[in-house]
Design a protein around this ligand. Structure first.
Ligand code: HEC
Length: 466
């Protein structure tokens, strides 16, 4: 359990649940009629059981009456606090219309409340339709080598290890990634996973010669990755910040994953290009804050759905002005000692520098067919709120595209839209992050470590494939 006082809740459950409905009839009479089988099971099937079943990632099985009853007060507490189900984007229609929203509406919260008030009654037993386990079937399995993470230390990753692993694309012609799933080897330490496509023959992102890597300007990605890998010859891969490591030019980031994301099927009949010569660089962020979790060996699997052809190309952007300012002479910082510090920036589509699968900038004619299908907000532990607004064209007003009112670092996901936003080169995004820095004495600096902050909106776009 994360934030709530476990013992207090168990005690309150003992009162509410042992009561078994005796106190429920006093009021309207409704509570006593709400039962597990008739009311809770249909709700759990849609919103909870993919995780709260045998072998699921949630604590407690709610497909078994006795266990659901035992958890009744906790269920009410977590759902009322909107900590469960893990879905942080406002989903009441006021900001974005999301595909597969897990969020509960007020009527559903009232139903849970009535069930618990009524003593968590069983009702007439029926059948539970268990949702299929949330795992990609028949996908290509890219296994990461086994690796024992260690704290990298320093201000940027005191208790973290950001490690990059290099894998072959393993396709015999240009193919398209249309979905993914991540199976963490050690779920308690795997905090996030990024899967990036890198063209090894393309020029690396070195504006000038790198003394660290002993490479001249104009070196290729392959040369940079070999130099990074050579720094730690005894272990697979290399430590990497932000993306694939200093100097590596990333063509696209088709998979971003954090616990609770579940399986992702790309929307809009789209896929991300993967060519036989490409490499996959998989970045795993290991969170090692808990000393008891040190010394574990991880073997994470990346599962990819791969199609021969797709009508639309999936493209990704990762704008974060706060983080990008790290490379300025004077990076932006967040003022310490405040309950709310806002950081806001704007980006046009043009400024995102979107490229096609061969690394060419997308022409304005193709940008005119650009659609935004999804967004994944990202901040670290000081995050409070996150909002993105989209101005589709100069004539329209900015509209709310995603709104997180109570940020939870532990539950992050890509939110996909039912209907995409239609954009062009001049469409503009406005991203606002809100942080609580009240426990800080010094300005908070941007960075990838959990102790630094980010203000990132990973965006999922499509354009017709031509
Ligand atoms: C995407 C997976 C997922 C979904 C969907 C989900 N949960 Fe959870 N739930 C978890 C995980 C993981 C935990 C344990 C970790 C934690 O407490 O953060 C948890 C913990 C809980 C707990 C605390 C249990 C304990 O003993 O500590 C309750 C209660 C709960 N969930 C209720 C619900 C309810 C009710 C729903 C549906 C309305 C739901 N959850 C949907 C993943 C999920």
């Amino acid at each position: 359990m994360r934030k709530l006082g476990g013992l207090a809740l168990v005690a309150s459950c003992a009162t509410a649940c042992a009561d078994n409905g005796k106190s429920a009839d006093a009021g309207t009479g409704t509570p006593s009629e709400v039962t597990y089988w008739q009311d809770m099971v249909p709700l759990f099937e849609k919103h909870c059981l993919q995780c709260h079943q045998e072998g699921g990632i949630g604590h407690g099985r709610f497909d078994v009456y006795a266990e659901a009853k035992e958890h009744a007060a906790l269920i009410r507490h977590y759902t009322t606090a909107r900590e469960m189900p893990p879905w942080d984007a406002t989903s009441d229609g006021s900001c974005g219309d999301f595909r597969g929203s897990l969020a509960l509406d007020d009527a559903q919260l009232a139903l849970i409340d009535a069930w618990v008030e009524g003593g968590a009654k069983e009702g007439t037993p029926g059948r539970v339709n268990l949702p299929a386990p949330d795992r990609l079937q028949n996908a290509s399995d890219y296994a990461l080598p086994s690796y024992a993470p260690v704290e990298q230390g320093g201000v940027l990753a005191e208790h973290d290890d950001y490690h990059c692993f290099l894998l072959d694309a393993n396709v015999d012609a240009e193919r398209f990634i249309t979905g993914y799933d991540i199976v963490p080897g050690e779920p308690e330490i795997v905090h996030h996973v990024l899967v990036m496509v890198v063209d090894p023959d393309a020029p690396a992102d070195l504006d000038e010669a790198s003394e660290d890597l002993m490479l001249p300007a104009g070196a290729t990605n392959a040369e940079v990755m070999a130099a990074l890998d050579a720094e730690s010859p005894d272990e697979p891969g290399w430590p990497c910040w932000g993306q694939a490591g200093e100097g590596v030019f990333v063509r696209s980031t088709p998979a971003v994953w954090a616990p609770g994301q579940g399986v992702v099927h790309f929307p809009g009949d789209s896929g991300a290009s993967l060519r036989p010569t490409d490499k996959l660089v998989v970045q795993v962020h290991y969170n090692l804050h808990d000393p008891e979790l040190h010394g574990k060996t991880d073997e994470t699997h990346v599962l990819l759905d791969i199609a021969d052809h797709v009508p639309n190309l999936a493209l990704f952007a990762v704008p974060d002005a706060l983080l990008e300012s790290l490379f300025d002479d004077e990076p932006d910082t967040l003022e310490p000692g405040k309950e709310s510090v806002l950081y806001s920036f704007k980006r046009t589509v043009k400024e995102l520098d979107l490229e096609d699968s061969t690394g060419n900038a997308l022409a304005a004619s193709r940008l005119a067919e650009l659609k935004l299908w999804g967004v994944m907000p990202h901040m670290h532990e000081r995050g409070r709120k996150f909002q993105m607004r989209v101005q589709s064209d100069a004539a329209s007003d900015p509209a709310c595209a995603v709104d997180v009112q109570s940020w939870d670092f532990h539950w992050q996901r890509m939110y996909f839209y039912e209907k995409p936003w239609e954009l062009n080169a001049d469409s503009q995004f406005e991203i606002t992050c809100d942080y609580d820095t009240s426990s800080e004495q010094a300005p908070v600096t941007p960075g990838w470590g959990t102790n630094n902050e980010m203000c990132l909106a990973t965006m999922f776009f499509t354009v017709p494939e031509r």
